[in-house]
Design a protein around this ligand. Sequence first.
Ligand SMILES: Cc1cc2nc3c(=O)[nH]c(=O)nc-3n(C[C@H](O)[C@H](O)[C@H](O)COP(=O)(O)OP(=O)(O)OC[C@H]3O[C@@H](n4cnc5c(N)ncnc54)[C@H](O)[C@@H]3O)c2cc1C
Length: 264
Amino acid sequence: MSSSSTDRPTYATHREQLELRFRNATLTAREHLTDDYVRVRLSGDDLRGFDTPGHDDHIRIFLPDGPVSTVEEMRAAPSREFTPLAWGETHDGDAFLDLEFALHGDDGVAGVWAANAPLGAPIGVGGPRGTLRVDGSPDGWLLAGDETAIAQIRRYAALIPEDAPALIIVEVRNAGQQVPIDAPVPVEYVHRKDQAPGTALAAALDTLDEDDRPGEDPFVFIAAEQAIVKTGRALACDRWGLDADRRVIKGYWKAGDTEFHAPH
Ligand SMILES: Cc1cc2nc3c(=O)[nH]c(=O)nc-3n(C[C@H](O)[C@H](O)[C@H](O)COP(=O)(O)OP(=O)(O)OC[C@H]3O[C@@H](n4cnc5c(N)ncnc54)[C@H](O)[C@@H]3O)c2cc1C
């Protein structure tokens, strides 16, 4: 019997479509959390009212290489998918949206923009067009990913009660790249060093068996380079027997692919 068919489910997940909105903003702050990981703040009146009723979603950012004067020009700019991390209004009443970027050299529009765009640079924000809501409290959690999933892991970690069994596993390049993450349990960082992306995370997930399952009816989130999907499914579907509404397992990027579109 799968976990989600137990008599007393402690939670439910719901997918909701949201009204798609497009907003203009500008880059107003940048903070390096490690050499290869930055948090940026976007600001602008268009961001007033930005919100999502759910816990797992993404926006599409549009990155023109200079000022644009029309929405059409902005929409024609290169775009990529990112996770809204925090949003609202500052004490001064300025609307903001914070995002975090894994930097990965010179070969990506978004990574290069996050590292180098001058303060004041324009950016377009589309969405989120859908969201996943977790209602109630899973009796255990597994959150696992590489740097690209840290923003989403932060959002899920904020839902975990202090006493819930939880595993949080994050792959980074080395000890110097461990991005601090607030969570009610210690985060286990694994280091890929010179191996292919996802190798260290996959090895960590492969060691988990039935006895390591956190709780009877846990929620699982796994996202990293596309190859992690096979490993994630082997754990969550085959070894832990979780139904589709108990797991999110996604490739957030694909080695060698520019502007990878994750299957939704
Ligand atoms: C739902 C969702 C949410 C996401 N949220 C975030 C987020 O909050 N923060 C975040 O950093 N990323 C996030 N990503 C991943 C991000 O969209 C991709 O990494 C994207 O490809 C980055 O765009 P780019 O322009 O920098 O690189 P691209 O132009 O798309 O790719 C250029 C080259 O860089 C490679 N590449 C892309 N990303 C990486 C990487 N991380 N490490 C090494 N090589 C890479 C590609 O394989 C390609 O060869 C998310 C993806 C999805 C699907």
